[in-house]
Ligand binder design. Structure first.
Ligand code: ZN
Length: 429
């Protein structure tokens, strides 16, 4: 593991509030020094003039699809997409085939990741066996095997009884249950946001209240037992309002949203059909505004992708039959920089915190920081470079993005994991 000296970068570390031009010395897979005029003997020099150096991003909501759906994605291709997006740690959801609901399947994931992952890959364990919502998994054994959190994401967990027990049994770990908050009865067969547009187009809708109902239930359960719930992919104004109130009341709740929920509205369904189909669905302009407010005031803690690759054939189906989800690992930083930093003027530090330090804290990962002794997981990006999203160039197997053709500002130049370069834009040219 060679020594590296990153020179000339603007170093931004949300974990300690540092934002200044300085050098980073990497040695033994760790950050050995941060400062000026660091010793360069024997080190490979990385010239990062004009670039920002920040902690590698932590994406706590992805679908790697392996095992079982390797035609959509594999750990190898999904983590290659992560590397291209500046993401150095991913959390993979448990809705694979088989479902990751037993300790040996957690172990199997880590064996696969050891062989093929380009970035640090963690897995979730399921809350219910087979994600059937009928019987709770062995929470303690899943955690002992290395599950980084528990979730039935992909399927709403309708059993309040199982959610309650899982919240209780997670308490000693301090880790959250990640809740895909949509009431399963209310969203059944719904393909888009319920409202005037769904009625006009003649599609069954997924109402905003379905999302709000389940997250309020989970917040109440967490309050009742002193547990910790993390709300996945928040998409509605009402959800932001309820989460804000729950936090004010001292309930242990954190929440995430995705770039699609602060950049797009339900009208994309009319323009792009299944390419814009995702759960929860794209909402209205008022919801987008509320998501931005929630991120701004910290009601929403982090930005993740819900990277959900599907095959071209699947996404070409008519809207009701096409699967939900969009890829995001290769566009999330650029979309966030374009909208939050360049258009809305947020400091880079604030954007980067929501994409690295905050999710690392939620999962208790040794990530999201550039302090001396931390793992040398770093993203180097040019905040000013513009580029056009071309899905055919993705490392992901998934081409299902609603952002094809978008011109974005801010581009990853280099990604380092444990001191090793896992993506280099120059080399990839
Ligand atoms: Zn979900």
């Amino acid at each position: 593991m060679g020594k590296k000296l990153i020179r000339g970068a603007r170093v931004i570390d949300p974990a300690c509030g540092r934002d200044e031009p300085c050098e980073l010395l990497l040695e033994g897979g760790l950050i050995a020094a941060v400062g000026h005029d660091l010793p360069a003997e024997g080190a490979q020099i990385i010239n990062a003039a004009g670039l920002v150096a920040a902690p590698g991003l932590v994406d706590m909501h992805t679908h790697m699809r392996e095992p079982g759906f390797e035609d959509k994605e594999t750990i190898a291709t999904g983590t290659a997409a992560a590397a291209r997006g500046g993401v150095t740690s991913i959390l993979a959801m448990a809705n694979t085939c088989p479902v990751i609901d037993r300790p040996e399947r957690v172990a199997d994931f880590y064996n696969r990741a050891m062989r093929s992952a380009k970035v640090r890959a963690y897995t979730v364990g399921a809350v219910s066996l087979g994600m059937q919502g009928k019987e709770i998994t062995d929470v303690e054994d899943l955690l002992s095997a290395g599950a980084a959190a528990l979730s039935d994401d992909g399927v709403p967990l309708m059993s309040a009884e199982i959610m309650r027990e899982a919240l209780i049994r997670m308490k000693p770990s301090g880790l959250p249950i990640l809740s895909h908050s949509e009431d399963g009865d209310l969203v059944r067969a719904g393909v888009m946001n319920e409202g005037a547009l769904s009625r006009k187009l003649g599609y069954k809708g997924r109402p905003a209240v379905a999302e709000e109902l389940l997250l309020v239930r989970d917040g109440m359960l967490a309050a009742d037992v002193g547990g910790y719930v993390h709300v996945c992919h928040v998409s509605t104004k009402g959800s932001v309002d309820y989460i804000r109130r729950m936090k004010a009341a001292g309930i242990h709740v954190t929440a995430e949203t995705c770039p699609q929920y602060f950049t797009l509205t339900e009208e994309e369904i009319e323009k792009q059909g299944a390419m814009a189909k995702v759960n929860p669905p794209l909402r209205t302009r008022a919801d987008v505004e509320a998501i931005l407010e929630g991120l701004e005031d910290g009601t929403l803690d982090c930005i993740i992708t819900d990277h959900a690759p599907h095959t071209v054939e699947e996404k070409a189906r008519e809207l009701p039959k096409a699967p939900s989800g969009m890829v995001g690992l290769e566009t999330s930083l650029a979309l966030s920089l374009t909208v939050l930093h360049h258009q809305l003027g947020w400091p880079l530090m604030k954007v980067l915190r929501a994409m690295s330090t905050a999710p690392a804290g939620i999962l208790q990962l040794d990530a999201g920081s550039l302090r001396v002794g931390a793992p040398a997981d770093i993203v180097l990006f040019d905040p000013e470079e513009t580029w056009t999203v071309r899905p055919e160039a993705f490392a992901s197997k998934g081409r299902n993005t609603p952002f094809a053709g978008w011109e974005l500002k801010g581009r990853v130049r280099c990604t380092v994991v444990g001191g090793e370069t896992v993506y280099d834009a120059e080399a990839a040219r």
